[in-house]
Design a protein around this ligand. Sequence first.
Ligand SMILES: Cc1cc2nc3c(=O)[nH]c(=O)nc-3n(C[C@H](O)[C@H](O)[C@H](O)COP(=O)(O)OP(=O)(O)OC[C@H]3O[C@@H](n4cnc5c(N)ncnc54)[C@H](O)[C@@H]3O)c2cc1C
Length: 365
Amino acid sequence: MSALLLPGCAERRNPAASGPRGTESVPRLARVRVAPDRVIRTIAGLRPFRPSGFVVRGEKAGDKVVIHNYGHGGAGITLSWGTAQLAVAEGAKSGLRDCAVIGCGVVGLSTARLLQQRGYNPVIYAKATPPDTTSNVAGGLWEPVSVFDEARVTPEFRRQFGEAARFAFRRYQSLAGDAYGVRWLPLYRLSRHDAIGPPPAESPASDIEALYPETKQLARGEHPFDVPYAERRYTMLIEPATYLNALMRDFLVNGGRIAIREFGDAAAVMALGEKLIFNCTGLGARGLFGDAELTPIKGQLAVLLPQPEVDYMTIGPGGIYMFPRRDGVLLGGSFERGVENTEPDPATTERILRQNGALFAGMRG
Ligand SMILES: Cc1cc2nc3c(=O)[nH]c(=O)nc-3n(C[C@H](O)[C@H](O)[C@H](O)COP(=O)(O)OP(=O)(O)OC[C@H]3O[C@@H](n4cnc5c(N)ncnc54)[C@H](O)[C@@H]3O)c2cc1C
């Protein structure tokens, strides 16, 4: 009986539900309670950004083949399965089977899992594992943003980007549920000054715009936020703590081995016994393989006490964002290019709280 009633309840709460004459009803969204004494932690991390985008390519070095898979900027969680798929396909061309994955963040773990699924038996080598990776700091929104500078993108990168995003988008859907901490939520993109529309055709982002279901520009009366421009669409939220633990578990249960090891340079990597090596070291590739294009973009987060009743996400206005994770309501909105330290800055925390606080305090209803 209750199972029969549930769909009806879901429909009433569905923000996309239409009114009786096909008009959009104003969704009732729970207000996020932003206050300094609700902050349970502040954290910062460095996005491994490259202006020309992530690197997935093979390189022969003596009797070894290195497949690089790093530089995912602000979207390593989002793109991980997709670039892993490209990297594994590249590795298969070598004909080698005995393989190692360097790195145990989301990119290394996804690469290692795809290798297992294709019958390889990879060993992961990494100086740190979850929860001590940048991937654990990520917000977890599925959205490939802050991945490249438009002016630097090549046609080849654009092809890889589209392919990776489409593969990853599909793959995450098969992991939706509590076991992996993946769920669908409406995302409200909000702006005070500019209308929100699709990316321009010359941007690689335009190639994947059609992936997002039910994208809709909202008139002022169709959303509760005190901003003139709003768009709602649906995407996935991936809880990094749950998700990375699940990937580790899957890797180990399927016979994988993780060795804690720090490599000082590329020569140390090349001294490994395995002949096929996947380099998934994120920002670490800068020191290890001398990629001078890798630039950190520092991002800082303030995490509030969990609010299970908040069932939507926001981005904007002005670059701030809110994701209602099970481990806390995450508030963000800082992008400091070239900043290397991971110390949370109290002034940035204060700004993130103030700007997000103003957004939720100004909600109607
Ligand atoms: C504040 C913030 C918010 C973010 N929000 C999102 C989001 O909402 N959605 C999204 O998709 N992405 C987001 N990101 C981006 C995401 O966190 C990164 O793109 C992603 O973590 C990169 O994954 P990775 O596996 O390449 O790197 P990492 O997680 O850094 O893993 C690198 C691995 O390599 C190992 N390693 C490095 N150097 C060496 C060495 N010399 N020897 C041995 N091991 C080494 C490390 O120990 C680690 O195991 C966010 C990032 C930040 C900072």
